[in-house]
Design a protein around this ligand. Structure first.
Ligand SMILES: CC(C)(COP(=O)(O)OP(=O)(O)OC[C@H]1O[C@@H](n2cnc3c(N)ncnc32)[C@H](O)[C@@H]1OP(=O)(O)O)[C@@H](O)C(=O)NCCC(=O)NCCS
Length: 204
């Protein structure tokens, strides 16, 4: 039976793989962009590098099947990203690659832009919702209660660090994830829009 445990450095590649396999509005984004490392380099790996203590995975004896990752202080993370992540990212991804035959609404240029510009994470409600998270489970783990338990685990960890609230941004097309967040009690923040939903919840 899979179990929730703290992230370990050896989980890094598995986290990147799960990010990619759930990145197309909750579905597999493998091959959508010219470089499969792009999506995890924007939405997963900076988190486990910056705040491994706020990452939890669901794993069985063989492999990692899901994760929640977060930062407690998004403003500090933005500054770290500019200093420590942008230079390497820019060197690894100097330009948009060859067309893949896919035409995602979040284009490869958008994705590279997101990797270069952490200021996109500076939401208007940051003072009240300083933390933010990402959660992704492989299809075989979905619908078994692990998503709720991962969010609970993270909320407890944030509360223990004195962080009162956490937010997330999501793809408006991901209706399954939206149903999940609504069910757990997340609410829309004032600057949320229908095309770029922004949700928040207290940690205790
Ligand atoms: C979205 C996701 C994190 C939810 O995790 P999960 O383990 O599948 O959800 P759980 O089984 O813990 O469900 C928790 C509650 O949400 C509800 N829920 C979950 N997914 C739902 C859906 N698609 N539609 C309606 N309700 C849903 C469940 O019914 C459950 O309600 P209950 O606890 O009151 O019985 C997971 O499905 C996932 O990783 N999906 C792919 C990647 C993704 O979309 N990530 C989010 C990006 S913003």
């Amino acid at each position: 039976m899979p179990e929730i445990r703290p992230y370990r450095p050896a989980d890094r590649e598995a986290v990147a793989e799960i990010c990619l396999r759930t990145a197309a509005g909750g579905d597999d984004a493998t091959g959508v962009y010219s470089d499969d490392s792009l999506m995890p380099e924007v939405f997963a790996l900076p988190y486990v590098e910056y705040a491994p203590e706020l990452a939890y995975v669901v794993a069985d004896s063989d492999r990692v099947l899901g994760y929640v990752i977060a930062v407690a202080d998004t403003a500090a993370f933005i500054e770290w990203w500019k200093r420590e992540w942008t230079p390497g990212f820019a060197a690894r991804h100097p330009s948009v690659g060859s067309p893949t035959g896919h035409e995602p609404s979040f284009t490869e240029a958008d994705l590279i832009g997101a990797g270069l510009d952490p200021e996109r994470m500076r939401i208007a409600e940051l003072a009240d919702y300083p933390a933010h998270l990402h959660i992704d489970l492989l299809p075989e783990l979905q619908g078994m209660g692990f998503g709720r338990r991962l969010i609970d685990t993270l909320r407890h960890a944030l509360a223990a660090r004195g962080v009162d609230s956490v937010h997330l941004g999501m793809d408006a097309a991901n209706t399954g994830a939206r149903a999940f967040y609504d069910r757990l009690g997340f609410h829309e923040l004032p600057s949320s829009t229908s095309s770029a939903p922004l949700l928040g919840i207290t940690t205790s």
